[in-house]
Design a protein around this ligand. Sequence first.
Ligand code: NAD
Length: 485
Amino acid sequence: MTLQSVLDDLRKLPGTGAVIPVIDPVTEEPITEFTDCGPEAVDEAVSRARASFESGVWHAMPGRERAKIMWRIADLMDHYAEDLAQLDSLNTGMPLAQAQMIVPTCAEFFRYYAGWCTKVNGTAHEVQMTGGISGAYADMHAYTLKEPYGVVGLIFPWNGPVFNACAKIAPALAAGCSSIVKPAEETPLSALLLDRIIAEAGVPEGVVNLLNGYGYTAGAALTAHPDVEKVAFTGSTEVGKEIVRASAGNLKKVMLELGGKSPVLIYDDADLDMAIMMAAMGIFIHSGQGCVCGSRIFVQRGVYERVVEGIATVAKNLKLGGPEEEGAMISPLISAKQLTRVLGYLDEGKRDGVEIVTGGERLDRRGYFVQPTVLTNVDPATSRLYKEEIFGPVVTILPFDDDDEAVALANDTTYGLAATAWTTNLGRAHRIAKRLQAGTVTLNCQLVFDHAVPFGGYKQSGWGHEFGREGVEAYMQTKSVWAQL
Ligand code: NAD
């Protein structure tokens, strides 16, 4: 299985819509192109998924057998790990070593969720009530069943193509759903190989169906489709709201993993060297294109200057470059569109009199590279770049004096994806964790993840959870069964 064969296959995909170029963000040159699948292909994919679901070929297969197939997917992903890493690295510009680290984690989604195939159960209930229309509840029994929703649409962005795909496909398979998978139009490559792997592992035809196309065509048609029971979406809050509106037709269930503007609190008693390094990497890694990136840093006043200087020093020393460039740690932005967006925020900040401690410009070279940028003197009340998700290597740093001020600043956002506190005061760390309005709080660490730990957003960062038991139950509905004994 070579990289070239995936590129060739993508070109040959049938479609009726526009031709979509796949651009290398490092060179700005086209890698390949494909045709938007068009609306008929969405209908066909939903029909295939529906037929596979109704036949029971997957969800009625004993859990232990489904689990074996899911383990085979993981084993095959290990086998093709280098290809998957190369595809993601080529498509996103991320350092190959980074992609090589991520792919084995993605395979583990299938091993982790394989375990749940035999472990998601309903519950049995002692009926406690007395009275009722039939006279009495004596000798009644009630229990619940966990059943797959049926046909689900899985839509995700470009920032971690293999990761985002596996995070959705694995729990959907464990739950017994049949799915339609819609990767981002910018990054279709690795999903194609993953699709082949899923078939090679023995997932029956029609259970996982890949669709390639734009969001406003393929994604929108999938979301509005009357025969899709649930959409699981990862992407921007703006599109998340469109998904909610489009899903109203058949009131399909919606899971949303959306954007963030995550706060990082650094106290004067923190391990400052560690906090500075992690807070810097927590925003600049992958050029800030991570949903949990800590884009608003708040520092206790006594150590403010030191932390600003420390983070700026890390920023200046990070080497940006493509996968081929020696020592490059930081990838480019994904697209010209994203570059324009990030530079637009920076221009606006300059006009508003924001202080640029370091960065603030596009790199003087080919590729969508923006300097890691540290900003201070930002007005929280009016600054758009402080309030809105930029999804680029841009961080604002502001001082605070005490817990109340830190919490108020941190929570003053419409988002609620993640939050971090750096402090060696254990009691304060946990008190702050309770007060931060975010679905994930990390204490003295950042960028942590485990397949078993639920992940989801508060406020406008999402609905529902991925990972862990919640992650598989998200693809299941609960039926209550009553019986007179
Ligand atoms: P996006 O919302 O523009 O696109 C995401 C996906 O949705 C793509 O596949 C796209 O084709 C599709 N899409 C676009 N318009 C659509 C529509 N009208 N109907 C259906 N589908 C549509 O997001 P993006 O710019 O590709 O990704 C960046 C965003 O994703 C950021 O906001 C980031 O925070 C978020 N994100 C969130 C998480 C999380 O777990 N919370 C993880 C990664 C990224």
